[in-house]
Design a protein. Structure first.
Length: 277
């Protein structure tokens, strides 16, 4: 059953644009083509498969009927199985869906999760056959430029920041969407409270905030120099940031005033309908 948060953002459009923001669907499909640990994970999540798929199908149907675009900010599936890739490939053929990857798109159930891990999953597990650009995407709809960047492991690459600046220079208002939210103090506090493992799972935490993290999480979430620049990047044409990853709804202003809208778990039927005016 859908639970839709409704948000209005005024950016000076002549005609409204409606977007459904969905994230963290965590579809857990698997079959005999994949061994352990994926079959083990899939078995544990099997009782929820029907509900998860029904929620995603309802979200897509709602967007097709009521919105101009569905923006999915990652973790469409829960791990890199053949069945999940095949399922996602079909879903992402829908021209109304704009998507960028989350960390679970690369998850193989073991190993140190970083950018090397990500690219190993990409090239060895068939993610290059998904049919979309998982790392960077953009599309103009109704006079708004929707720009998505894969920050699945709490970092970005120099080319991604360069491409974002190029998109901004096109002159349209920009809605930026990522998987891991950008650091903001109130969101940090809420996320630490929610996760209870010492981490906030945000992009761009500084050393002072990382001090509370267990070292195994701090290592994977410590930002590199280009990520610090990305989080600090301020441009008046960027009207809002959409994100997921932390599994709860939250709204707050980033330093500089740009609003960030975090949406909860799509696999529980949560979505956010955004009306841009």
């Amino acid at each position: 059953m859908l639970s839709i948060e409704k948000t209005v953002i005024e950016i000076g459009l002549e005609k409204p644009v409606k977007v459904l923001h969905v994230t963290d669907s965590h579809v857990p499909l698997c079959d005999e083509r994949d061994g352990e640990p994926m079959q083990s994970i899939a078995t544990r999540k099997a009782p929820k498969v029907k509900e998860i798929l029904e929620n995603l199908n309802e979200q897509i149907a709602y967007a097709e009927e009521n919105c101009d675009l569905l923006v999915h900010t990652g973790d469409l599936f829960d791990f890199v199985s053949r069945a999940n890739i095949e399922f996602a490939r079909e879903v992402l053929k829908n021209p109304k869906i704009l998507y960028v990857a989350g960390n679970h798109e690369y998850y193989i159930g073991r190993g140190h999760e970083d950018n090397v891990y990500r690219m190993n999953s990409y090239w060895t597990r068939g993610l290059d056959q998904l049919g979309v650009n998982m790392f960077f995407t953009s599309r103009a709809v109704g006079g708004v430029n929707f720009v998505g960047i894969d920050d699945a492991y709490h970092t970005v690459e120099p080319w991604q920041l360069k491409r974002l600046r190029m998109e901004v220079e096109k002159g349209l208002p920009v809605i930026l969407f990522v998987h891991a939210p950008l650091f903001e103090q109130k969101l940090f506090e809420r996320s630490v409270e929610y996760w209870k493992d010492g981490s906030a799972y945000l992009m761009g935490c500084d050393e002072e905030h990382l001090m509370i993290y267990p070292e195994y999480l701090a290592v994977t979430q410590r930002p590199n120099e280009i990520t610090v620049q990305f989080v600090a990047y301020r441009e008046k044409r960027i009207k809002a940031v959409l994100a997921g990853h932390v599994h709860f709804n939250f709204e707050s202003a980033l330093p500089g005033g740009t609003m960030q809208y975090v949406t909860g778990r799509g696999n529980q039927g949560v979505a956010r309908e955004i009306t841009l005016l």
